[in-house]
Design a binder for this molecule. Structure first.
Ligand code: A2P
Length: 275
């Protein structure tokens, strides 16, 4: 899997393995399967309740820690100052590692309004070496601008819901302007009918691939890091097999036209509070 270079100089694989909604036992069994199939970026969160399983799974893989890219996320209930440090220590202990490659604020949690202090605490943990890169998830431009205004530093990653029916073009343009890498959760659309879309199915037929592969290749060619989850080893292999072929400009444009603006999760970061 090829890599991107983040604004802070660290590298991140161009595609990763999502672990929501796996429990500990499932994560423990599936992480080695994913790593054997070439995944190196593994995405979890304290709120998924599977960090221990992810940590055990990683240890079975017998590959150097430095070859893996581990992401976890700080839950909304731990926004603050000391609570960030405690939460991070819990995550590191459960994962059985002494650093994270990427730690994200899971949610701006706007009604609590502590995300700026939280961000400062993340910067401190990064400077101490407990985290390589710091970022956020589900942040809107107004939240990102406030971080920059009050701390002088923007995240290097914002992980948001994004797929061909929900392309987030305005947010992506904002990210580009500020050198923030876009990561996509639910890159296959989850509860939408994305994978049955007749145009997507038609492109897939033309290129001799599956609709899921076309969707993921669209992410790759759009410089969006997708983190598809699959509990099925064949689909796991299928989802990472998107680097040795490409979509033409015309096919990319066709996928661009699949945008409906309908979210697969119904999730709205400016309203939702729990994460
Ligand atoms: P499964 O785990 O049984 O493979 P997202 O990451 O967008 O939330 O999508 C995850 C959902 O899509 C899961 O329900 C997963 O089911 C399914 N999925 C993952 N990969 C594929 C694929 N290649 N084709 C069809 N469905 C897939």
């Amino acid at each position: 899997v090829a890599k991107h270079v983040l604004r802070d100089g660290h590298e991140i694989p161009q595609l990763g393995f999502g672990t929501y909604p796996m429990d500990d036992a499932e994560a423990e069994a599936l992480i080695p399967e994913a790593v054997w199939r070439g995944y190196r970026l593994i995405d979890t969160a304290a709120n998924y309740g599977n960090e221990r399983g992810v940590g055990l799974g990683v240890r079975y893989c017998d590959i150097p820690r430095s070859d893996l890219f581990l992401t976890s996320k700080l839950p909304g209930r731990d926004h603050g100052t000391d609570s960030v440090r405690r939460s991070l220590e819990g995550t590191l202990e459960r994962l059985g590692t002494d650093y994270l490659d990427l730690y994200l604020i899971h949610w701006p949690n706007p009604s609590v309004d502590r995300y700026v202090d939280t961000w400062r605490a993340m910067m401190a943990a990064r400077d101490e070496g407990l985290i390589r890169s710091i970022g956020v998830s589900n942040f809107l431009p107004e939240h990102l601008l406030r971080l920059e205004r009050e701390t002088g530093e923007m995240p290097v990653v914002n992980q948001v819901e994004l797929h061909p029916q929900y392309q987030q073009e305005t947010l992506r343009a904002f990210h580009e302007e500020h050198k923030i890498l876009t990561e996509a959760w639910s890159p296959l659309g989850r509860k939408t009918d994305l994978l049955q879309d007749p145009w997507l199915v038609e492109i897939a037929r033309k290129v001799g691939r599956t609709p899921a592969q076309v969707a993921l290749r669209w992410h790759v060619q759009s410089s969006i890091v997708a983190i598809p989850k699959s509990s099925n080893t064949e689909r796991m292999a299928e989802n990472i097999d998107v680097f040795e072929w490409e979509l033409t400009d015309e096919q990319m444009e066709r996928v661009r036209m699949l945008h409906t603006g309908i979210s697969g999760s119904g999730f709205d970061p400016s309203v939702h509070e729990e994460m």
